[in-house]
Design a binder for this molecule. Structure first.
Ligand code: NDP
Length: 326
């Protein structure tokens, strides 16, 4: 079992007097910075390139400067720029300003797990990784509900890294809900597993269900509505989280419950397992990370082709047609 920390397990004492530098004021950066300021951390500043995010940070009332400047002046650095640009920015603009006792906080384990970033031994390396999009991080904090996060200590130079991690998680609103302790390697695996195994399979099931039923002669608009446009499945997912994965079943009709339960065990999971095994192998042996790095070096040609292909699927036209009608 993972250790789970709540508000009463964490204290702001370890972080309240620290200078905190948020590197990157995007989805996560803005939400986390605003939450920490509202929690009473007064020394939060933003490091950014000169862009709309920098303007936004200033409009929100933060001190904002270049990434080099803020990195040099901060005790705790939040690395909240996209994972794929992080190693280069770290090497060029952050590493030169690091001092003994500084803290590097990541919202994703990716660059540490795959050794794209190897911090010096004189800093703490920690993770507070919200399981929530930036908008939710802010909204759920403002509404005093909090959101779950994975927290972990990768390198404890100060001997105080866990207290600092929990203090930040509290200031950001994560311990209000639940901060679950995992290693950065575990966080990376769960993240990539969802992206490369679970979701591609779910997406395939939905696309296949659409294509199959359309071939049967059923109206495509109605099929999409049944599959997800009605938002009934979204509502079911919410009930799975609130009531229980199986325990939400009584909310469905008896015919539906019998249909789901009687067919559940008739499904052959072997192809699912072998798809998962392949994905895990490619994650563990680093071949996915290598392929992705190569793709970026090639100018994202395949990435753009895949996205364009997805946006051309007949599903898109039906969605477009139904946009204003449902
Ligand atoms: P964003 O895509 O929102 O980017 C963050 C900021 O980085 C933006 O201000 C962006 O500027 C800036 N930026 C982009 N490219 C560069 C560059 N080359 N040099 C300097 N700054 C740059 O990132 P996210 O907030 O989505 O992700 C940040 C971290 O949080 C990642 O580690 C991610 O894995 C993690 N995370 C993200 C979650 C999410 O839901 N988004 C959830 C949990 C963790 P501009 O706007 O000009 O592009």
């Amino acid at each position: 079992m993972s250790k789970i920390y709540y508000d009463q397990d964490a204290s702001l004492d370890a972080v309240v007097n620290k200078k905190i530098g948020i590197i990157g004021y995007g989805n996560q950066g803005r939400a986390q910075a605003l939450n920490m300021r509202d929690s009473g951390l007064e020394h939060v500043s933003i490091g950014s390139i000169q862009d709309a995010s920098m303007d936004q940070a200033k409009n929100d009332g933060f001190d904002a400067g270049s990434i080099e400047e803020v990195s040099r002046e901060s005790d705790i650095l939040f690395l909240l720029i996209p994972d794929e640009v992080m190693p280069k920015v770290y090497e060029q603009n952050i590493l030169p300003g690091l001092e003994s006792g500084n803290v590097l906080n990541f919202a994703s384990g990716y660059n540490i797990t795959f050794k794209k970033i190897v911090p010096p031994e004189f800093v703490d390396v920690i993770m507070v990784a919200p399981r929530m999009i930036g908008e939710g991080v802010r909204e759920l904090f403002v509404n005093k509900k909090g959101y779950p996060a994975f927290v972990g200590v990768e390198q404890d130079h100060s001997g105080n890294a866990l207290e600092i991690t929990l203090g930040l998680a509290k200031a950001m609103g994560a311990t209000m809900k639940a901060a679950m302790e995992v290693t950065m390697q575990q966080e990376t695996m769960m993240d990539l597993f969802a992206e490369q195994a679970t979701w591609p399979m779910i997406e395939n099931i939905l696309v296949e269900a659409f294509e199959y039923q359309v071939k049967m002669g059923l109206p495509p608009e109605a099929v999409l509505s049944e599959l997800y446009l009605s938002k009934e499945p979204a509502y079911m997912f919410e009930k799975m989280a609130d009531v229980g994965f199986f325990k939400q079943l009584p909310l469905h009709s008896h015919t539906s419950q019998y249909g789901q339960l009687s067919r559940f065990h008739k499904f052959d999971r072997e192809p699912i397992r072998s798809f998962m095994e392949k994905a895990v192998k490619e994650i563990e042996n680093g071949s996915f990370a290598k392929e992705w790095e190569q793709e970026q070096a090639n100018g994202m040609i395949e990435f753009n082709r895949l996205r364009a292909e997805a946006f051309e699927h007949p599903i898109n036209r039906i969605e477009e047609k139904l946009k204003d009608q449902t």
